[in-house]
Design a binder for this molecule. Structure first.
Ligand code: PLP
Length: 452
């Protein structure tokens, strides 16, 4: 069917005027000249404005872990909207927010059983940094104000997040206004030593020892927290080398520094455990999450905090005073909470948080991905859990050009992938079947064959 036939058949959605909207993280002029609009979604698939079925290779944006269009979630949101649309979160509460926190605490690792709600990953990161400062201050350790992030880290777009983050493009425009008290660990990307690793690379655990050098430089008494993504997603899927996270944990323990895992993409079953902390058997002090916490149906973030941190800040303050001067109008929004309760019940009932390990999906995924090794342009393949990355050789004309073309080519063939720099990143919903994994890989193979 051509475009005119599609429109006549009703399968094609008429495009709105696009002049007014300033789109985020998008090449606006390029997009508006050749738009890609999604109009509906069910299970593993989107439908595009031109009436095509698009296999979701990215869970939206690493967030629709239970697949699209879950009726229990939309029913819970609709019911909550009828029952009570909004309740103020300061000095007031509503039952669903406590129910959601209780369900989340059930899957949280170790003693990270206190939950603070935000509305996004960026807000979760800023909240976690503030919690770290509040904790040290409450302990009488107020000189601990320095944060250590990592090169190539992504922690959202708040000033806190871009300061501890290490994505150059996200920082350079705002350089003069970043948080002043920040240092960075080196990244762990080392293609010469790690290319085509299956899962965790053997090489690179020693890079964590750089933390010792940074601690010596600033003195431990000034350092509040280290923040890292267990698996860095937005800078191209960088899987932590063997032993790396364990060493970070040991060094933080030695110097009384808090360890924050930003699990905005790894949280809620992506690796086949509820959180990456459980996958790597490394327990941080704070975990930041968002996205799949409620299957992304309504904006929501959740920060998990060790009981001892909560006790120090909350129980250490005089009764009747506000202990932590932080929160959002929409913290614990009733609709987001209803969606979280419904999503968490689905995850539990369908055992989705462990499915990719239990059903052997992660192994099948790994083998299917690494079968692309000899395909044209492929420079490296990286995987862990249900995450995959295909790094392409750069064109002399510029980083990312080929990956962008591959992304557009995949979309034209009915597959949604993501590209960042020269890397195509994959993170499909956890309900994926083996046949759909094959479909993803064969589409990628076809597309990579056809682009220059
Ligand atoms: N942290 C990590 C690790 C992320 O991957 C993201 C988003 O992809 C964020 C923070 C920011 O989340 P949001 O876009 O919801 O603010």
């Amino acid at each position: 069917m051509d475009q005119a036939e599609l429109q006549r058949s009703g399968a094609m959605t008429e495009l709105p005027s696009m002049d007014q909207l300033w789109m985020p993280f998008t090449a606006n002029r390029q997009f508006k000249a050749a738009p890609r609009l999604l109009v509906s979604a069910q299970g593993m698939y989107y439908r595009s404005h031109d009436g095509r079925q698009i296999l979701d290779g990215t869970s939206g944006l690493w967030c629709v872990n239970a697949g699209h269009g879950r009726p229990e979630i939309s029913a819970a949101i609709a019911h909550q909207a009828q029952e009570m649309d909004y309740a103020p979160p300061f000095q007031m509460g509503h039952p669903v927010q406590f129910e959601a926190a209780n369900l989340l605490a059930e899957i949280a690792p170790a003693d990270l059983k206190k939950v603070f709600f935000t509305n996004s990953g960026s807000e979760s990161v800023d909240s976690a940094l503030k919690i770290a400062l509040a904790y040290h201050r409450a302990r009488g350790d107020g000189t601990r104000t320095l944060f250590i992030g990592r090169e190539r880290g992504y922690h959202g777009v708040g000033f806190g997040g871009i300061s501890v983050g290490g994505m150059v493009a996200n920082r350079k425009t705002f350089r003069g206004s970043l948080l002043p008290n920040v240092d960075h660990l080196p990244h762990t990307y080392a293609p010469n030593h790690q290319a085509f690793s299956r899962g965790v690379p053997e090489w690179g655990g020693h890079l964590a020892d750089e933390l010792e050098r940074i601690v010596a430089l600033h003195d431990a008494s000034n350092i509040a927290a280290v923040i890292v993504e267990p698996v860095a997603g937005s800078t191209g899927v960088l899987v932590p080398p063997k032993g790396y996270l364990e060493r970070l944990r040991a060094i933080c323990d030695k110097y009384g520094i808090l360890l924050i895992f930003d699990e905005v993409i790894t949280g809620y079953g992506r690796l086949g455990t509820p959180f990456a902390a459980q996958y790597f058997k490394v327990t941080p002090d704070i975990i930041t999450t968002a996205k799949a916490v409620n299957n992304a149906a309504v904006p929501l973030g959740a920060v998990f905090v060790r009981n001892g941190i909560y006790d120090t800040v909350v129980n250490g303050s005089p009764d009747g005073t506000v202990e932590f001067f932080h929160g959002y109008t929409y913290s614990g929004h009733p609709l987001a909470m209803a969606a979280a309760v419904a999503a968490q019940k689905i995850y539990k009932r369908d055992q989705l948080l462990t499915r990719v390990q239990d059903d052997g999906i992660a192994h099948y995924w790994q083998e299917a991905l690494h079968a692309l090794r000899d395909v044209r342009h492929v420079k490296d393949l990286r995987n862990i859990g249900l995450i995959g990355a295909i790094e392409l050789e750069s064109r002399p004309a510029g980083v990312g050009k080929r990956a962008f073309e591959a992304f557009v080519g995949c979309y034209a063939r009915g597959l949604l992938v993501r590209y960042t720099g020269d890397t195509l990143a994959l993170s499909p919903p956890l309900i994926i079947e083996r046949g759909q994994i094959d479909q993803i890989m064969s589409t990628l193979r076809d597309v990579l064959r056809t682009i220059d």
